[in-house]
Design a protein around this ligand. Structure first.
Ligand SMILES: Nc1ncnc2c1ncn2[C@@H]1O[C@H](COP(=O)(O)OP(=O)(O)OP(=O)(O)O)[C@@H](O)[C@H]1O
Ligand SMILES: [Mg+2]
Length: 239
């Protein structure tokens, strides 16, 4: 579903992503891990066709991202790390605004359902500028889901979201994956990684020195350690 081949991204002399290759399967939740500045958002933004790679190719659903950007965008949903909403519009108006970019007609009912999914239905007529930080994040997620994308790129989507809503959003993401959607997810929250991700990739110094399941990581590092200890080692020890 997503095939990344020899992908490099440089800012000046700074190599952020260094000749990465990775395949992500349909229906998979792939967790992208890494410390601050590792390049997670850069990679997601390239997959979302916002940032151009310096070299290499990315294909989603057999579409070349650089050559067929418009078509690719129709099947991609992107939750950026920084909330991107119209502050002076209501929740409803924001959803209606973004739904105009969808290839299919989006019924108001679907927009309301999305609001319910992220527990924002009681804010339907509220201006975004009056929402709390966590509520804006929830709306940021709903916006990415409007056009029912096959591929969802989620960059720390649940930061600042209360535990109950976070668990519900996690469950919803699992359901989406089970229905065949492909999800790339970044988070610094270990419990989210453990409940949500089928496989993880660890970004370090522009490379992906580990790609695999938690069991693969245990085998590689130490089968006797807890999941949290394994995660810590994946992120902080040389691999
Ligand atoms: N537009 C830009 N110009 C120059 N450098 C950039 C630009 N965007 C990102 N970088 C650099 O690229 C590196 C990776 O940044 P990125 O935002 O991808 O990290 P991240 O893994 O998402 O970190 P975090 O966990 O803090 O969100 C950082 O060193 C950052 O300073
Ligand atoms: Mg980031």
């Amino acid at each position: 579903m997503i095939t990344i081949s020899n992908l490099t991204k440089q800012y000046g002399r700074n190599i952020i992503l260094d000749n990465l290759s990775l395949s992500i399967k349909k229906g998979e939740v792939f967790g992208l891990l890494g410390t601050n500045g590792a390049g997670k958002s850069t990679l997601l933004s390239i997959l979302a066709t916002i940032t151009k790679p310096s070299s290499g190719t990315v294909e989603v659903n057999n579409l070349n991202l650089l050559k067929e950007k418009k078509k690719a965008r129709k099947i991609i949903g992107y939750v950026p790390q920084d909330v991107s909403l119209w502050e002076n519009m209501t929740v409803k108006e924001n959803l209606l605004f973004w739904s105009k970019f969808s290839k299919k007609k989006v019924e108001t009912e679907r927009l309301l359902e999305l609001c319910q999914t992220v527990r924002l239905d009681d804010k339907w007529k509220e201006k975004v500028s009056k929402l709390s930080g966590g509520m804006k994040r929830k709306l940021n997620i709903a916006v990415a889901l409007i056009h029912d994308p096959d591929i969802l790129l989620m960059d720390e989507p649940t930061v600042g979201i209360d535990l109950q809503s976070k668990l519900e959003i996690n469950q919803y993401i699992k359901k989406l994956a089970q229905s065949g959607k492909t999800i790339v997810y970044t988070t610094h929250d270990m419990s989210e990684i453990l409940t949500l991700c089928d496989r993880i990739g660890v970004l370090k110094e522009g490379k992906l020195p580990f790609i695999g399941t938690l069991d693969d990581a245990k085998k590689r590092i130490n089968p006797l350690l807890t999941a949290e200890q394994i995660m810590y080692k994946l992120l902080n020890d040389p691999l």
